[in-house]
Design a protein. Structure first.
Length: 218
């Protein structure tokens, strides 16, 4: 290593922190519309498969953002899908085949007689916010902070999943093929405490391609 040269690990860590800052700054800048979205869903609680006002609010939110491809009523009347695609600024000759397809889920149905006691309005807000934050981080990968060699293209998907409280909307969407073209899916859930990780009791086992067995919450 030459004098004054930053070790590679330190350089990667610094770049990662810069991307995290960009994501956080984007979410903070969008806090007004995101908060309004959450409050609109919370103030008009709707039961499973009847989330028409929440569906309208979320689809308006993404329709107002350039470069997002929106599919309202995606496979279910109150489901939706929004996609945004990114490619490395200078695609390497040996780039991986196909994009890395990441998805964030939004829930927005309520409980009978109680409303949004489980905070599905917040789940919808966080799903949208996470997608916008990742979008901002990827858009920031320009010289001199260009993407590393062999960085894949990325497709961000926001999937609106109705009927979590009753009826199994995600099961319906799985059966309809809504998850077939996704590689990794994320969802957040509100809690009474701050926690980066909460252990859960597994309900199902999933065998990975590497023949390892991992557990997931159903």
């Amino acid at each position: 290593m030459r004098p004054g040269e930053v070790p590679e690990a330190a350089s990667v860590a610094a770049r990662l922190e810069a991307l995290k800052r960009r994501a956080g700054e984007c979410v903070e800048a969008s806090s007004g519309p995101l908060g309004a979205l959450s409050r609109e869903i919370w103030s008009r609680p709707e039961l499973a498969y009847q989330e028409r006002q929440a569906h309208a609010a979320l689809t308006r939110f993404f329709a107002a953002r350039p470069a997002w491809a929106l599919q309202p009523r995606y496979k279910l009347d109150t489901a939706f899908r929004a996609d945004w695609a990114w490619a490395p600024p200078a695609a390497p000759a040996a780039a991986p085949t196909g994009p890395l397809r990441l998805a964030f889920l939004c829930e927005y149905d309520a409980l009978p007689g109680i409303g949004h006691a489980c905070g599905h309005n917040l789940i919808a807000e966080v799903g949208a916010a996470a997608a916008l934050g990742l979008q901002a981080a990827l858009e920031g990968l320009r010289p001199p902070d260009a993407a590393p060699p062999r960085a894949p293209a990325v497709q961000i998907t926001v999937l609106g999943t109705p009927a979590e409280e009753d009826g199994g909307g995600k099961i319906d969407l799985i059966k309809a093929g809504a998850f077939d073209d996704l590689d990794v899916v994320f969802m957040a859930h509100p809690s009474q405490e701050d926690a980066a990780y909460l252990p859960d009791v597994a309900e199902h086992e999933l065998a990975t391609e590497a023949s390892q067995v991992m557990s997931r919450k159903g």
